[in-house]
Design a binder for this molecule. Structure first.
Ligand SMILES: [Zn+2]
Ligand SMILES: [Zn+2]
Length: 135
C-alpha cells in the first residue's frame, strides 16, 4: 500500500536529521520525552527534540527531559509500550524540523496538546517581553 500523504509531509521537513530519524521508523533513534511522569517515545533529531521538550515544559510546572535510552523503569503506559511504529503517525512540526511521538493515541494527542499549549505560552511570554521593552 502506498501512502502519498506521508511521503508528502516527510518532504516538508526541512531538517535532514529529523527526516532520517523519522524515516528510520524507530529502528535506530528512538528517544524518550519525560514529562510529569509520562514517558513518550519520540523520533526526531537531537536539536528539535530539545526544542520540543523545552516548549512542552512551558505547558507544565514540571521540567521536561529527553532521554536517549530506554528509561530504567520502562514506559509507564502499557499501551504506549505496545504501540508499533506506524508511518501514518502524526508529525508535530517543530520550527524547520518535525518529531513523531510513537505512543498510544491517547498520549499522542496529549503530547500534541502540551506542545500547542507551550507554544501559546511562549507567544504570551514573548509579547509580554515586547510590552515591557516598549513601556
Ligand atoms: Zn531536526
Ligand atoms: Zn500511552
Amino acid at each position: 500500500m502506498s501512502s502519498p500523504d506521508v511521503q508528502q509531509s516527510l518532504s516538508t521537513i526541512q531538517c535532514d536529521a529529523c527526516q532520517s530519524a523519522v524515516q528510520s521508523g524507530g529502528q535506530q533513534t528512538v528517544s524518550f520525552l519525560l514529562l510529569e511522569g509520562l514517558t513518550i517515545p519520540v523520533l526526531g533529531c537531537d536539536d528539535h527534540l530539545e526544542q520540543f521538550s523545552s516548549i512542552c515544559e512551558l505547558s507544565s510546572d514540571d521540567t521536561a527531559d529527553i532521554l536517549h535510552h530506554r528509561p530504567a523503569g520502562g514506559l509507564s503506559c502499557p499501551s504506549c509500550r505496545l504501540a508499533p511504529y506506524n508511518a501514518s503517525y502524526p508529525m508535530i512540526q517543530v520550527q524547520d524540523g518535525a518529531i513523531v511521538p510513537i505512543a498510544c493515541p491517547e498520549h499522542q494527542s496529549e503530547i500534541a496538546q502540551r506542545f500547542q499549549t507551550g507554544l501559546r505560552t511562549r507567544q504570551q511570554l514573548t509579547s509580554d517581553l515586547v510590552t515591557h521593552i516598549d513601556s
